[in-house]
Design a protein around this ligand. Structure first.
Ligand code: SF4
Length: 658
């Protein structure tokens, strides 16, 4: 049967041996896992036992794209990167834009799987069907944008696209990230360190063949209509004009979830200093969208005057700007931009980097850390010298920075202090989104997400943020318009359940969620004809949502095997027990009523009430019979663990003092 949409091939590298195999993905596999996140999650689950050290050669890294990648479908340029997370020890993935995903498709592949460890620093060069593992010693230690330039020069083609890691990945910082096109980051869960542990610095790709589309005229019409919709969509227009920093004004002045000082506060009178509106005037150098994007939210920013004049970097997006800005007590845009440039250059997840420093600053404020612990670094809120020093020292694993390079959760365990100031779920820090103001649906999704303290690119509970702009949408999906209000629990379990499943299949198609979840300009009724026009198949909404639910359950089952379930479905006490400090916005005095929402969420997911593990019956209905069998012994282990029975221990926890 001829294949439309997919190329039907993936490359599995054995870096230890310096070999690779090109494998075919059969029709049944494609139909079951779709692409991108689905392929990657399946490979991780079935190839990496839960007791594998994430930084050992036994871990795998998958980079996956889907059937729409490389077509003129709007905003279909995303790439999912998946590995067992060195930050959490659990299931980890993240998602980046750029042009690399389309290029991979043109080279003929949907997925790359890295296994083993190269004997020396190397990079991979995929030139259609010519594949090489090349010496990378000369680019080891370079910032991503410099490594990108050197490889292009060396290969004599400035139009190729390259995935790179930075020095943080080489030095195994547990929250190192992965970039393509210099600045498009797959930020979370630390797979940059996993790539670094395999001695791989970069993956360069050139593809020269096309993607076959079953019904090109039909597809063209659907895509043109979608682009037209985005031209007038209010959320898309806001993103185009101001990037995701457009959030700052409503988040601070109306809703009150501005992430000030380790998410203790939700408001600051000067937040507009870093708003998208101010940023566009002071710092915008040029716009830079991802492949085939219908919105083009991407920016490159520069500092024009003052101490940091001449600095420039890609973005920063909201989640890259706030962690080493307001989260650590800094409120001016020049310093915020400078710090975002540093996290990009070093190649680290800005969220976890900022969370590590802000956690340490709060410990300092309360006298738990002193200059004796920090090697003389003064961790007073807003001390830019300390922030800059720690970003450097985390990257190169020096002094107190070496401790923070493992993330705040492990740092707290190692030092035996500051647990009360962690803003962490399942080992990963929450982003700059305080659920006491942003919304209770978000709070629920942070608690139950399948990669830890999840952010805006995962379950993405935007129906409570922008759903009201699309009349009838919440009624259709959730059955009530009440759920459009962020600070209510009404309808939130169903909203989160639906968003998680839908986002999972959207991540297989690699459509940017700013089209499908932030803006709801592109919905299932648009995506289904798209995938059918490209593949020539007959997907229904039910089938696609089932694929999403299958993926979600598989990822959850990985955590179950790590004995992480119901008792870990929580968020830091800061959000459930500390009322938001008084402010002029809606969040004042609010806490997250998480316990009101969890039982209904479990019922919808058909999770077991005693363990929170995926239910046996639902797993079988989803075609995951093997997993249903495999989980059986873990259910008893989990119950024993929480009844305090001897010998029962979770596999995820780092040990105190280690
Ligand atoms: S909306 Fe922004 S992040 Fe999404 S594909 Fe377009 S440029 Fe990339």
């Amino acid at each position: 049967m001829s294949i439309n949409g997919w190329r039907g091939k993936r490359i599995r590298f054995n870096l230890t041996k310096g070999t690779w195999d090109v494998e075919e993905t059969p029709y049944e596999y494609r139909r079951k896992w779709l692409g991108g996140r689905g392929y990657n999650s399946e490979v991780l689950y079935n190839n990496v036992p839960v007791d594998v050290d994430p930084l050992s050669p036994e871990n795998v890294v998958c980079l996956g794209v889907g059937p729409l990648s490389g077509t003129f479908g709007p905003s279909t340029g995303r790439v999912t990167v998946t590995a067992k997370s060195p930050l959490t020890g659990g299931f980890g993935d993240s998602n980046m834009g750029g042009h690399w995903g389309a290029e991979l498709k043109y080279a003929g592949y949907e997925q790359i799987i890295l296994t083993g460890k190269a004997p020396k620093p190397s990079y991979i060069w995929i030139d259609d069907d010519k594949i090489e593992i090349r010496d990378g010693s000369h680019i080891w230690g370079k910032f991503p944008r410099d490594a990108d330039a050197i490889i292009k020069e060396e290969l004599g083609d400035k139009d190729i696209h390259i995935v790179t890691i930075g020095p943080a990945g080489e030095n195994l910082v547990r929250f190192a990230c992965t970039f393509n096109d210099c600045y498009r980051a797959a930020g979370r869960t630390g797979h940059g360190a996993v790539i670094g542990s395999k001695n791989i610095k970069a993956i360069a790709v050139r593809g020269t063949s096309g993607v076959k589309i079953a019904k090109p005229e039909e597809y063209y019409k659907i895509c043109s209509d979608w682009r037209e919709t985005m031209r007038t969509d209010p959320m898309a227009q806001g993103l185009f004009n101001f990037g995701s920093l457009i959030l700052i004004m409503p988040c601070n002045y109306e809703m009150g979830w501005f992430p000030w000082k380790n998410l203790k506060y939700g408001y600051h009178p000067d937040a507009r200093n870093i708003s998208g509106e101010v940023w566009a005037k002071k710092h915008l150098r040029h716009k830079e969208g991802c492949f085939s994007c219908a919105i083009c939210c991407g920016i490159v920013s520069e500092v024009r005057e003052g101490k940091y004049a001449g600095d420039y970097t890609g973005g920063p997006e909201y989640e890259a700007a706030v962690p080493t800005g307001p989260r650590v007590g800094i409120i001016d845009s020049e310093t915020t931009l400078h710090n975002a440039m540093l996290t990009n250059n070093y190649g680290m997840d800005a969220i976890e980097a900022g969370a590590s420093i802000s956690w340490a600053m709060e410990c300092w404020e309360h006298g738990l850390l002193t200059s004796k612990d920090t090697g003389g670094i003064d961790l007073t809120w807003g001390n830019q010298e300390a922030v800059e020093q720690l970003l450097h020292d985390m990257t190169y694993r020096k002094g107190f920075g070496d401790i923070l390079a493992d993330g705040p959760w492990r740092a707290s365990m190692k030092l035996g202090l500051g647990e009360e100031y962690l803003t962490v779920t399942r080992g990963m820090s929450l982003p700059g989104d305080d659920p006491r103001g942003l919304g209770f649906g978000y709070g629920l999704s942070f608690a139950v997400g399948t990669r830890g303290g999840c952010d805006h690119l995962r379950s993405l509970c935007c129906l409570e943020l922008s759903g009201y702009l699309y009349p009838g949408l919440n009624m259709k999906i959730v059955g009530t318009e009440e759920c459009s209000k962020p600070l209510t629990t009404i309808g939130k379990p169903k909203m989160v359940y639906w968003e998680e499943n839908q986002k999972a299949f959207v991540d297989c198609l690699q459509v940017c969620c700013f089209n499908t979840h932030w803006s709801y300009g592109c919905r299932n009724e648009h995506l289904i004809p798209m995938i059918n026009a490209v593949t020539g198949l007959d997907f229904t909404e039910e089938e696609l949502m089932t694929i999403g639910e299958r993926i979600y359950n598989l990822e959850r089952a990985y955590w179950s095997k790590m004995l992480s379930g119901k008792h870990e479905d929580t968020v830091p006490k800061r959000f459930t027990h500390e009322p938001m400090p008084e402010n002029p916005a809606a969040s004042s005095g609010k806490v997250l009523p998480l316990d009101e929402m969890l039982p209904e969420y479990y019922r919808l997911r058909q999770y077991e009430p005693e363990t929170g593990f995926p239910g046996d019956k639902r797993l079988r209905e989803l075609g995951l019979e093997d997993i249903a069998e495999e989980l059986k012994p873990y259910r008893k282990k989990y119950i024993d663990l929480h009844e305090g029975k001897k010998g029962a221990k979770p596999q995820q926890q780092p040990k105190k003092g280690k």
